[in-house]
Ligand binder design. Structure first.
Ligand SMILES: *[C@@H]1O[C@H](CO)[C@@H](O)[C@H](O)[C@H]1NC(C)=O
Ligand SMILES: *[C@@H]1O[C@H](CO)[C@@H](O)[C@H](O)[C@H]1NC(C)=O
Ligand SMILES: *[C@@H]1O[C@H](CO)[C@@H](O)[C@H](O)[C@H]1NC(C)=O
Ligand SMILES: *[C@@H]1O[C@H](CO)[C@@H](O)[C@H](O)[C@H]1NC(C)=O
Length: 407
């Protein structure tokens, strides 16, 4: 019984994988490219990119961008806000709901409050970060920040682009004023990375970053985008005998191996498998790491070890800090351990890996309850699940689809 299902499951898996990949491309839009068609929005477009808001917009599935032309942008820029404050101001102009021009004129009771990205990222407090949209007399539509004493600063001008229920890009006449969004914001590089870790169960790793001097490299990378994987205290503590055995340079390499020089949200990690560079990367194929999603989990693989993300300490683009359940051991430093018997058997032949894994899935799934939950919630999933040995690949594919839908 196991044999026929295994032979069926691989092509079916590939088909589902294909389907889910095309789903990704159907959902994809690129705000930078949309705005590039409208040169009078070049300044707005430029700052969406430099503040990384463009990436955050592109990751969403339902979004409305209230675009400002170059004249409207110059009134914001004359305030000489820092880039990080500017990001808050612009994120107030990105609504996390879809408002095509038609929906704008059909607002129930003529007025609504809707959350902006400024609100959705948790930067805003209270009701600030909400935007009031109101149908005014004469077919006009007014927009104002909720914390602006009821004043609607801007009106709707025209629609630049609409992909129904995914993205609407609307021009509004003026910037939305909000004292909260314009309040000075600390630059991410002034965040104390080790303090963030220390207060949330990664004290031992923070201590190593400081004592080895690796901290400065992490800090230098924050503004340009940084992803940190910090192993939890118990893991670092039991690793200490091996750590002490390393030379000073090897210690630094090992620690730098726990950082990526780009911002990668959990959603992005879940939807993109493959090899990534680390802060320790030194030429091609050196000190790199493989990201692999496993049901709802994200695993980080080296030739020596497979670690799992178990929590998020901080996620505020351009910085994200995850907690992981193992030290990441690069093969460059721990070659000897590659041959040592690993706790989880790793198939040697790549071609066999997938079917082997699918066959082994039922037993394997015992420790992956979150992935199973997703499969259970999918009403029409059970038939396919049975066909595919109740295997993990169904879970992987479906959670990939879900990841895409809820991104
Ligand atoms: C969006 O388009 C811009 C300009 O064409 C490009 O540089 C950028 O990489 C694109 N982003 C994505 C996520 O495809
Ligand atoms: C939006 O603002 C207008 C004008 O101040 C106000 O009359 C309306 O009640 C507000 N709408 C909501 C939903 O708060
Ligand atoms: C971060 O805070 C710790 C105290 O928790 C301090 O010892 C350290 O010097 C700070 N690091 C930076 C770079 O400010
Ligand atoms: C430290 O290195 C030595 C020599 O390479 C090795 O024999 C020993 O097992 C190592 N100790 C630990 C704890 O890894």
């Amino acid at each position: 019984m196991a044999l026929p299902t295994a032979t069926v499951s691989l092509p079916l898996f590939l088909l589902l994988l294909l389907l889910s990949t095309s789903l990704t491309t159907i959902n994809a839009f690129n705000i930078t490219r949309i705005l590039a068609k409208h040169p009078e929005f070049s300044t707005f477009n430029h700052y969406l990119t430099t503040t990384h808001l463009a990436d955050e917009i592109n990751r969403r599935n339902t979004i409305t961008v209230l675009a400002l032309n170059n004249a409207a942008m110059s009134s914001i820029l004359s305030k000489q806000l820092s880039l990080y404050t500017l990001k808050n101001v612009l994120s107030l102009h990105v609504l996390v709901d879809y408002f095509g021009s038609r929906k704008l004129h059909q607002i129930t009771d003529g007025s609504t409050l809707t959350a902006s990205m400024f609100q959705a990222t948790g930067t805003a407090s209270g009701t600030s970060g909400y935007v009031n949209i109101t149908d005014l007399k004469g077919g006009k539509v007014g927009f104002g920040a909720e914390d602006n004493n009821g004043k609607l600063d801007a009106t709707y001008v025209k629609s630049l682009e609409e992909l129904p229920y995914k993205i609407a890009v609307l021009q509004i006449s003026q910037p939305l004023n909000s004292a909260e969004a314009e309040a000075p914001t600390a630059a991410p590089s002034s965040l104390n990375l080790t303090e963030i870790m220390r207060n949330q169960g990664c004290k031992a790793f923070a201590d190593l970053l400081e004592s080895s001097g690796a901290e400065s490299t992490f800090k230098e990378n924050i503004d340009g985008g940084l992803t940190v994987f910090c192993p939890i205290d118990s893991v670092v503590n039991s690793f200490m005998p091996k750590y002490k055995n390393l030379t000073a340079a090897q210690k630094v390499s090992l620690l730098l191996f726990h950082g990526l020089p780009i911002y990668q949200s959990l959603q992005t990690l879940k939807s993109s498998n493959g090899v990534v560079n680390t802060l320790a990367t030194d030429g091609a194929n050196k000190y790199d790491l493989t990201i692999q999603n496993d049901g709802e989990d994200v695993t980080l693989k080296t030739k020596v070890v497979t670690a799992k993300i178990v929590g998020t300490l901080k996620d505020e683009e351009p910085l994200v800090v995850f907690k992981i359940d193992k030290m990441l051991l690069p093969r460059e430093l721990f070659k000897a351990e590659v041959e040592a018997p690993a706790p989880a058997p790793t198939p040697t032949k790549k071609s066999k890996a997938k079917s082997k894994k699918a066959a082994a899935a039922p037993a394997d799934d015992a420790d992956a309850p979150s992935g199973d939950d997703v499969a259970d919630q999918t009403a029409d999933n059970n038939g396919v699940g049975g066909l595919m040995n109740g295997g993990r690949w169904v879970t992987v594919v479906f959670s990939m689809c879900f990841g895409v839908l809820f991104m």
